[in-house]
Design a binder for this molecule. Sequence first.
Ligand SMILES: Nc1ncnc2c1ncn2[C@@H]1O[C@H](COP(=O)(O)OP(=O)(O)OP(=O)(O)O)[C@@H](O)[C@H]1O
Ligand SMILES: [Mg+2]
Length: 401
Amino acid sequence: MGRFTQTDAVFDNEEVLTDGYTPDTLIAREDEMSTYVEVLQSVANGASPRNIFVYGDTGVGKTLATEMILDELLEDQVEFDNVSVEVVWQNCKDATSYQVACHLVNHFRDRNQEIHTTGYPRSTVHRKLWEHIEDTDATHVLFVLDEIDSFRSDDELLYQIPRAHTNGNITETKIGLIGISNNFKFRDELSARVQSTLCEHEIHFKPYDADQLQEILSQRADEAFLDGALSEEVIPLTAAKVAQRTGSAREAINILSNAGFIARDNNDSTITDSHVTKAYHQVQSGVVKDELEALPTQSHVVLYTVLSLARQGRTPVRRKVIHDQYKTIAQQIGRDTVSTRTLHRRLNQLSLKGFINLMEVNKGSNGGSYYKYEFNADEDIIADVLESESRVGQIIGQHAD
Ligand SMILES: Nc1ncnc2c1ncn2[C@@H]1O[C@H](COP(=O)(O)OP(=O)(O)OP(=O)(O)O)[C@@H](O)[C@H]1O
Ligand SMILES: [Mg+2]
């Protein structure tokens, strides 16, 4: 039986690499922060807040930057005359617009006075919210709705909050809304009435490049690891790999911490590129697994088809060839085949998810062009996950020669 000891060969403080840890400084987001300051200046001046829509891929610092700017505002407001700001932060992951409205009401209530998140007409919940806002001592209430993507087509709350003044629901307290989303499709699908209010000001967080990721990782590594535990190539290698695929700081930090765990588990006192490679594989498998789970089984079959063509060295490949191969595979595993049009849609979806790449090929003097497909993601990782996680992969595994 293993025994525990209180020693660690690599970590000084592994907490620093967890998602809940807040670093002291925000790296490489000067432009986004100065836009925030410009837009929030109205609040400092005692005027009505302007609404802000913040968007960008996952892990690019949207939550962290917003937390930091609002902390600064709350700190600085002590000096302002006639301004007192209250921030109401709500994470909306997996919640509906209606449930979030109930949570906002409950922010203003004692525990034993909280309302249930079902059963009230929506208008009643909103009325309660307006009453609480009007009753608060603050001059300004800033709502932050983080991860609003699950609202889907029901964006009523995102319409109501910015309109509460104009619609006469609130007269005294000034309110503003910061909505944060990591889904570009969600932004485009917001109704026109929400776009014209919430999206009055937009801040786009772009993926980090390799240099920025290196800086973020170095800041964490200094605190997280013991002196000398990290060999020189680790941070540049991690940053380069992540910049190539997602540009997500969260992913980069995860890989660094997993590399540390792998080294510790092996009783190695130095973290090297081989630990990073293993950690990258581990983290990517997790990401691919989550993404695959969200796709229908037919897409798994299509992905497997492209994978098998890639393994035969036949990529980039035209859609017609994919369709022929797909029919053979679907037959092999006893699945109905889909039409060429559906296959086209599945291929588009897979390319949106970053699994495959679409390249346009010009026909030359005859004019016109056609598409070829190739693998974008790491083949071995996809193959592992498909074979171990997907029902399709398991069936294919049994049928493989
Ligand atoms: N500029 C930065 N400097 C230092 N650390 C950063 C920076 N950007 C992100 N991080 C760290 O990366 C992780 C992810 O950042 P954050 O949670 O802000 O991403 P996000 O854009 O809100 O992602 P999601 O859309 O998934 O919510 C956090 O641990 C955060 O501390
Ligand atoms: Mg976030």
